[in-house]
Design a protein around this ligand. Structure first.
Ligand code: PHE
Length: 444
């Protein structure tokens, strides 16, 4: 006898949780720096194309698999096919991808926690601080990165131990809008900076010469990363979704919100970058950590603002990390009948250990130098696209038509788009991903 599957308390509960999964470091930390490295406006345009034509259809498809089977990735695909089916390998891939991503996601979130701590203790507002240096020193200190990685992973495990909808909703209801309000306020502030028009021009100006063959794959990988798709997260969250919720409607809301947050982050960060000559758009993973404190240091109540900002960043990262850990946890529960507490403790500890090389990887000349970047490259550019191709082909071609149709239509305002959605999933998503991928690795 298995216990009945937990469900979200309300429709809003699901949207909040799924939006919490989507909005995270991907929007605030990764999107601006990847856009900065790939030509700004032209990258952002490519990204929007990926969200609309790949992200939206795939997210709806993943949620449908989850809700139809009420299972985690491996069990879900097995339930729709048969034991030992080739398709279940995509379920395994999702568990591997989510665990790999979380291993280094936690390291980056740990840095954000450390910044929140620095902001509270006044360490970010000392006169003459060069924020780019604070970041490189943080990354270069293995002990520091490791301790904060441990702290963040511990927090994530503690929340997942308690089950899916244990009051986190309540916090999200306050903190998610706070994040939006804060970002909007910062955009207003950036508007008055000297570098605003240069920053805006960088974000919307199209300069194709700065867009490399690999940029399209970067845009696609970023869409998977930011929307939490291709690795079973939305599938797992969908498995707790009630029968009559409108899947396409929720998908569109989640994707829109996620994109707005990413765009706001650019509108905050790029004007700062073009105002202060020590910052450059292509400076890589330290971009957020250098630009936000630099911009805020000139504002009144700088210490307080930085504290609030990094606190909100950590919270956004936490709701994403929870959804990542939920993938291996629900897999262990479904597969081996483990209790939630045991599954969360075992998976969480294993992923913490997996993250150790990433935490130590900033130490120049150390054994793991560059580990985090390389793992991120493999996860974003190989695992996500492959998972995306598998899941779209599965929903598009293999999933029984009645189930797919039924779940798309139930409670939906978007019934008329069923055929458009199916065509996208059958052809555009898998072939689009394959072409972008092969192009980037130089095959076509
Ligand atoms: N979407 C999250 C972010 O942008 C990261 C994430 C990816 C979470 C995949 C869950 C699954 O930070």
């Amino acid at each position: 006898m298995t216990a009945p599957r937990a469900q979200w308390g309300s429709k809003v509960g699901f949207i909040l949780a799924a939006a919490g999964s989507a909005v995270g470091l991907g929007n605030l930390w990764k999107f601006p720096y990847v856009a900065g490295e790939n030509g700004g406006g032209v990258f952002i345009l490519a990204y929007l194309v990926c969200v609309i034509f790949v992200g939206v259809p795939l997210m709806a498809g993943e949620i449908i698999i989850g809700r139809a089977t009420q299972k985690s990735p491996v069990g879900a695909i097995q339930a729709l096919t048969h034991k030992g089916s080739f398709w279940t390998s995509f379920g395994w891939l999702s568990v591997a991808a989510a665990s790999s991503l979380l291993s280094y996601y936690s390291v980056i979130a740990g840095w954000a926690m450390y910044y929140a701590y620095l902001a509270v203790t006044g360490g970010l507002t000392t006169a003459g601080t060069v924020y780019g240096d604070v970041f490189s020193q943080t990354v270069a200190s293995g002990g520091l990165s490791l301790s904060w990685h441990l702290a963040f992973m511990g927090l994530t495990i503690a929340v997942v131990l308690g089950g899916v909808s244990n009051g986190l909703d309540r916090w999200s209801r306050i903190l998610m809008p706070s994040l939006l309000v804060m970002l909007a306020g910062l955009v207003v502030r950036s508007y008055f900076l000297e570098g605003f028009s240069a920053g805006l021009d960088f974000s919307v100006g199209i300069r194709p010469e700065e867009f490399a063959a690999s940029s399209m794959l970067a845009a696609l990988g970023q869409a998977f990363f930011s929307l939490s798709i291709g690795m079973g997260t939305m599938l797992t969250y969908g498995s707790y979704l009630k029968r009559d919720d409108d899947i396409m409607g929720s998908t569109l809301q989640i994707c829109a919100l996620d994109t707005i947050v990413a765009l706001l982050a650019c509108l905050v960060i790029f004007p700062i970058i073009f105002t202060y000559p020590e910052l450059s758009p292509a400076q890589g993973p330290g971009l957020l950590f250098a630009s936000i404190p630099t911009g805020m240091s000139q504002m009144p109540f700088a210490g307080l603002l930085m504290t609030v900002f990094f606190f909100l960043l950590v919270f956004a990262a936490l709701t994403s990390a929870i959804s990542l850990l939920e993938v291996p946890v629900s897999f262990l529960i479904d597969r081996f009948g483990w209790e939630r507490r045991k599954a969360a403790a075992v998976a969480g500890t294993a992923i913490f250990l997996y993250g150790v090389p990433s935490a130590l990887g900033g130490v120049e000349g150390g054994a793991f130098f560059g580990f985090l970047d390389q793992l991120d490259y493999i996860v974003s550019n190989f695992m996500f696209p492959l998972g995306g191709i598998g899941l779209s082909l599965f929903v598009g071609w293999r999933m029984p038509d009645e189930i797919r149709h039924d779940h798309f239509l139930s409670g939906s305002k978007f019934k008329v788009f069923y055929n458009v959605w199916l065509t996208l999933l059958r052809f555009v998503v898998p072939f689009g991903i394959a072409v972008v991928f092969l192009n980037a690795i130089g095959v076509v």
